[in-house]
Design a protein. Structure first.
Length: 295
């Protein structure tokens, strides 16, 4: 019996729950599922609570699976970073085999639920999210700074998945929800990468543009926030929502643009932190206002 397996078996119930919560990145998974649910409500005309249930359950399983597979693949690099060295795999609270069996099982069941409980397109989107996040984005982080562009695709799937679950088909409106969340990824992840640059360098993960904290990189972060800002008119233009949503989206994006301007001027970590915090506000609030003001 491996030491890791012994540790997880020896932990009290509360300790096991905490270990699994860290493996599945429970808080992040909750945000992802919430964005899928909001996408569902934005697209639906008459709520089908059975489909909504399968969306929540299937969405949770594929997201938790993706996060766990990510940690399995990054076990060795997680040991090198202060932020991640206490996760259950690098801390040897859990074996790789144990985590792999659980994560793969959850992924398969999650895709099955989305496919047969909702519709095949939802199942395809769920499978695509797992493959692109764990299978492509995660290993690319060690190779190229362009990995963020790949990671933005699975990160933008949840609200589109919600819309597809609600309507049964892909549409331009689903694409707009995808586009907004896709654009959101760049200032969000680059701000995190700026703040955690030392940790990422220890693990040899290439997350920042040009892999450097300098003025050029800060300008790219600002440009990414401005692109998100400029996309705020899209939901109203394509008749997803009204003027109130448009104004709110512009304000939410501006809350990211302002600290990005300060970051260009100063290269101070505190402004990267502000961008990151405002990006979390944008993530939930943007979809919520699209729901409240939907046409």
């Amino acid at each position: 019996m491996s030491q890791a397996k012994t540790k997880i078996a020896a932990l009290p119930l509360a300790g096991r729950i905490v270990s699994y919560a860290h493996l599945f990145k429970l808080r992040l998974t909750s945000y992802v599922v919430l964005s899928a649910v909001l996408g569902y409500f934005i697209g639906v005309q008459t709520i089908n609570y059975t489909i909504l249930f399968w969306l929540i359950l299937g969405g949770f399983l594929i997201t938790a699976s993706s996060n766990a597979l990510n940690q399995i693949l990054e076990k060795d690099t997680d040991k090198l970073m202060k932020r991640t060295q206490c996760r259950p795999l690098p801390d040897e609270k859990m074996s790789v085999v144990h985590a792999s069996i659980i994560s793969l099982l959850m992924g398969v069941v999650g895709v099955f639920i989305l496919w047969f409980g909702i519709n095949p397109l939802s199942g395809i989107l769920g499978a695509l999210a797992i493959v692109t996040y764990a299978g492509i984005y995660t290993p690319l982080k060690r190779i190229t700074t362009y990995s963020v562009f790949v990671g933005a695709f699975p990160g933008a799937i949840p609200p589109m998945l919600g819309w597809v679950a609600a309507t049964g088909f892909f549409s331009l409106e689903a694409g707009i929800l995808f586009a907004l969340q896709f654009l959101w990824q760049f200032p969000h992840f680059w701000a995190i990468a700026w703040k955690l640059d030392n940790d990422y360098k220890k693990a040899e993960l290439k997350m920042l543009p040009f892999n450097k904290k300098n003025k050029t990189t800060s300008i790219i972060i600002l440009l990414s926030a401005l692109v998100l800002f400029s996309g705020s008119f899209l939901p109203e233009y394509f008749n997803i929502s009204g003027r109130i949503a448009t104004i709110t989206l512009f304000i939410l994006a501006a809350l990211m643009v302002y600290p990005a301007i300060k970051l260009v001027k100063t290269q101070d970590d505190k402004y990267a932190l502000k961008i990151m915090l405002m990006s979390y506000l944008y993530l939930v609030s943007s979809l919520a206002i699209l729901l409240i003001d939907k046409n």
